[in-house]
Design a protein around this ligand. Sequence first.
Ligand SMILES: Nc1ncnc2c1ncn2[C@@H]1O[C@H](COP(=O)(O)OP(=O)(O)OP(=O)(O)O)[C@@H](O)[C@H]1O
Length: 631
Amino acid sequence: MPSMAQGGLRNFSENPNQLNRKFPNHEAKVDPSSRKQKIAQHRKSLPIASVEKRLVDEVRKNDTLIIVGETGSGKTTQLPQFLFNAGFCRDGRTIGITQPRRVAAVTVAKRVAEECDVQLGQRVGYSIRFDDTTSGSTRIKYMTDGLLLREALLDPYLSKYSVIIVDEAHERTVHTDVLLGLLKNVQKARSKTSNDRLNIENKRINDRTLLDEDNEDQAISFLKQCQGSKFPPLKLVIMSASLDARGFSEYFGGAKAVHIQGRQFPVDIFYTHYAEPDYLDAALITIFQIHLEEGPGDILVFLTGQEEIESVERLIKERLQQLPEGRQKLLTAPIFSALPSEKQMRVFAPAPTGFRKVILATNIAETSVTIPGIKYVIDPGFVKARSYDPLKGMESLIIVPTSKSQALQRSGRAGREGPGKCFRLYPEGEFEKLEDSTKPEIKRCNLSNVILQLKALGVDDILGFDFMEKPSRASIVKSLEQLYLLGALTDECKLSNPVGHQMARLPLDPIYAKALILASQFNCLEEMLITVAMLSVESIFYTPREKLEEARIATKCFSSPDGDHLTMINVYRASNEFLEKKTVGLSKEKSEKILRKWCKDNFINSRSLRHARDIHGSVYYHPCQSNSRAC
Ligand SMILES: Nc1ncnc2c1ncn2[C@@H]1O[C@H](COP(=O)(O)OP(=O)(O)OP(=O)(O)O)[C@@H](O)[C@H]1O
């Protein structure tokens, strides 16, 4: 690639082993006047379409199936539809698809609802923590892996599912890993369908998990449902574009793995000749090289966090001013998890005609999502990852090189609507040195929450639990210690009653759950409920770099000399007062719109506040919480 005028020279070399070019561009065949027709055509053109029958047969024949297929081959959107059409929901059961990230669960569900030509929430829906769009008629349900884990607490057989698809399993989030172990157990339990067996199982449940006083009603109704019923085997599909299929197959007792060949469009991969001393600067230069020298198409840049994104955004705007007017048609759209959701959704809107869009994203946009218009991906090769020091009991976020799988996923965000290009901002030799896959999160995080959930599911021997990869003994012991100190575990290391059970049921970090349980004794339950809700979400204040002073003045009116927690309570209560005064008689949509404006004026992250309000609501009405009010 030739040099650009401003800011320096970047030379990229093309990888001769570019992703294959086998599949032609089918776009021209699509009738643009009909979206439905276009979608139907598009579905037929996906590589997975040609193996529909084979995949359905394989799922029928095998209780566990591993599917490895290129990014964009159609796994996430199509397989659930194939299985639905093949009758896997005929008995009223549901196909559940887990995603590691909320954004993916939401956007893919919307896309699939559109493909099926149904309203979201009818046949196709999504459910993420505190946001459930499913209904009684939902048969294809996208959800986060964490949400399915919580469902298992109420329904240990996952009885409403006929198939569970664990998507993007290569990410190895802590929830995915725990889920895999759990699903193995559920499969075993469901394959033993005789009534005798069921009764034994029921007794076991009776003895251990569900029949604490708080949840007696739920448990009894669950047991009634199960009584005498025969569960069909639970089908399990593990999917990814970059999976260590052998490792997963071994873990599932030699499960069959199938590979879907081909991708819809080719993606050319380019590397720099030399290592880049400053990857942000290199990203910036590459953005402008593409903008000035390449054909139309939007750009997706992977950065490690909000700060980097905001600083690159500011630099893009500054450098644009130096270009001739006709070449300034470049728009930026950031996406990171702390960004208010309406702003997040802007990345999915098309750029105005003649403009090019640059999306500055964290790894939130790395897997499963399709952002229309993306033709170019810039990958500096870094990611912010959780790390845990069991000795200090401290968790932190550190910037580390991506794995090969992550690089593959990133390049796969291009080439979804037509041929694409991916610019990796490091030499090809460096790519070869990257780890094949990301170190499982379970090996680098605090395990208290996981252990609490496993205990609630009746898994007492945590060290003996069938993890795909065992966390270190030190991490397990440290977390057990923490749970013991919080009173969640007895001297025998069992879940304590009622505190441990209550804590496990509350959808909060163990430490917040305990704070809430204790608060009623100190007569500050409502204040604590607000505090833990506000602490459970991404940053409440949203401070754009260019408006630091304005934001400081606006947020000062909430601040309390008694500390951040009281400040958060002030924000929450101010939003309540505002809603009470200004939105009487208005529809929910209008009220939300007015509240968003209030948030914007006060430099509050409306997404976080809405999320905190949802948490507050759902914890307030949570059975455990109602009981602790009575304590
Ligand atoms: N929200 C969307 N808007 C437009 N097109 C979409 C959308 N979601 C999916 N597609 C199209 O469907 C194709 C298949 O997407 P799908 O997510 O099913 O692939 P995948 O094999 O699961 O890929 P990945 O492993 O990257 O998640 C995409 O390449 C894209 O062309």
